[in-house]
Write a protein of this length. Structure first.
Length: 183
């Protein structure tokens, strides 16, 4: 990191999202016993939730509207998930409407990734599919696509960290945008 500059908050937000999504999706896919789901709550509150909220705020101060909106919204999603499961379990049968809404939000954000990079395009593509599958009740399929989403998010996070550590442009690891900005 050059002297006097600030750290890139995106890898923190992407990593918080990826780890929390991987653990919850492993339960949804049936790879882990459903009795262990409460292990996700701490992650949802602090790494998926708080860390993404912080990343979103830092993106705001860097002037990155997309990063701000994405990280703050998904951080708030994980805080909502934590509060709903921990304190309002009787509302769980009505969660699908929230998943539909987040699927729509994510689909719209995915369109924005067409001008970002290939890695973010893949993360948001897989994420809106995950939300819609879960909302439709296809929990196992949503879990497996969620695992792929988490792996794609980790790739996007680590590509940025490694690019900085090796003194390379992040775009070399993240892939080009699908739609080139007009000059």
């Amino acid at each position: 990191m050059p002297n006097g500059s600030t750290a890139n908050p995106a890898p923190l937000g992407l990593s918080g999202f990826a780890l929390t999504t991987l653990v919850l999706s492993s339960f949804n896919a049936g790879l882990l016993s459903g009795q262990g789901v409460p292990v996700v709550l701490g992650l949802a509150a602090f790494y998926g939730g708080l860390a993404q909220l912080v990343a979103g705020i830092l993106e705001y101060f860097k002037g990155n509207t997309f990063g701000y909106v994405a990280f703050f919204t998904y951080g708030a999603f994980w805080e909502w998930f934590y509060l709903t499961v921990a304190f309002f379990p009787s509302s769980l049968p009505y969660v699908s409407i929230v998943l539909w809404a987040f699927g729509i939000f994510t689909f719209v954000m995915w369109i924005g990734t067409f001008r970002a990079n290939t890695a973010l395009f893949v993360v948001f593509l897989l994420l809106w599919i995950t939300f819609f599958l879960l909302a439709a009740g296809a929990t196992t399929a949503g879990g497996y696509v969620g695992i792929l989403t988490a792996l794609a998010a980790w790739y996007a996070a680590f590509a940025q960290v490694l690019a900085e550590m090796w003194g390379k442009p992040a775009g070399a690891f993240l892939g080009p945008p699908l739609v080139k900005p007009k000059k």
